[in-house]
Design a protein around this ligand. Structure first.
Ligand code: PHE
Length: 339
């Protein structure tokens, strides 16, 4: 039995010493020290020994077990240290390598110009309001003095969802919502998306953006409208900008007007940008119709106000000389990176 134990000790230690993989090391442990291992089965035969021999063999067996365990754990430490070294080497970071530049996104030209316009009006004491894009017919049309049979409805090709619910064709319904829900006076702009069922081409898109404006107080007059919008034009296009107001018609304003600015490209001589006109139309506006005020429970004998609306895309396209509206919606990075 002594010989067997010595043989086991030598054999196990040799195997452990020459082993080069953690997995094999574990196999060695199982082979000698496991429940069915060689050492264990030798110890099982101890019962047959005499009372004198038993403590001697027992002590030897414990010594062999300790030796084998020691050999295995020493080797285990060596192997895992080596593995850690390899891993560390592989993960080494060269701090002198140049960094990878993160590409920063930037604001879409529509957002850039909208932010500029918002700033101009905020600077004049306006607040920003908003309303739903899915709107009731009553807010988009009826309360704006456009009953079901009104001819002006034909000019706004409307996406209807049900008979009474639609995608707003203009931001003007926000006027009504603000008048219904605010205390007076009111001084807001309401930028947002609007929808019309137009075929897509260089100048039409079923989705575009408008910026609505509304001012209601005592003694608001046409001169306030003109002064406000003239100052807006000068802030947006430069202090020498010349504006003119032409009579127009909107069902919800009376009187109504369109504001032009003297062409910033040719100075009024006539060029391609202004189509030879010398003037560029910027927005529609007017004094809020007494009927609309009454629809919103505001007494037109006490209060008056003006409203205006402009298309964001057209302003952006003229500013950057963009000749195709579709470019603003396709999100081609090669295009967007120019702004
Ligand atoms: N909502 C009008 C349009 O879409 C513009 C407008 C707004 C005109 C406010 C007058 C007052 O054409």
């Amino acid at each position: 039995m002594k010989d067997t134990l010595e043989r086991i000790r030598t054999c196990a230690k040799e195997l452990a010493d020459s082993c080069s993989e953690l997995k094999t090391l574990d196999d060695i442990r199982v082979r000698f020290l496991g429940k069915k291992g060689e050492l264990t089965s030798v110890l099982r035969g101890m019962g047959a020994l005499s009372a004198d021999e038993r403590p001697i063999i027992g002590a030897l067996a414990n010594e062999v077990r300790a030796d084998i365990e020691n050999a295995i754990s020493t080797k285990k430490k060596m192997l895992s240290d080596a593995a850690a070294q390899i891993k560390l080497k592989a993960e080494k970071i060269d701090v002198t390598m140049p960094g990878k530049a993160k590409k920063l996104g930037k604001k879409h030209p529509l957002t850039q110009v909208l932010d500029e316009i918002k700033d101009i009006f905020i600077g004049m004491g306006f607040q920003i309001a908003s309303g739903p894009e899915v709107e009731y017919d009553s807010y988009n049309f009826e309360k704006l003095n456009m009953p079901k049979d009104h001819p002006a409805r034909d000019t706004q090709d409307t996406f209807y969802i049900t008979e009474n619910i639609l995608l707003r064709t203009q931001t003007s319904p926000v006027q009504v919502r603000v008048m219904e829900n605010s205390t007076l006076p009111i001084k807001i702009i309401a930028p947002g998306r609007v929808y019309r069922s137009d075929e897509v081409d260089a100048t039409h898109s079923p989705l575009f953006h408008q910026i609505e404006g509304l001012v209601i107080d005592r003694n608001i007059r046409m001169s306030d409208l003109k002064g406000t919008l003239d100052l807006f034009a000068k802030r947006l296009y430069g202090k020498d900008t010349v504006t003119r107001f032409r009579p127009h018609h909107f069902s919800f304003t009376e009187p109504s007007a369109e504001m032009d600015i003297c062409c910033f490209s040719c100075g009024g001589k006539g060029c391609r940008l202004c189509k030879g006109e010398g003037w560029i139309e910027i927005l529609g506006a007017g004094m809020v119709h007494p009927k609309v005020l009454r629809n919103c429970n505001i007494d037109p004998d006490v209060y008056s106000g003006f409203a205006f609306g402009m298309g964001l895309e057209r302003i952006v396209m003229r500013r950057y000389n963009i000749n195709d509206l579709r470019l603003l919606f396709e999100n081609d990075q090669r295009f967007l990176n120019q702004f």
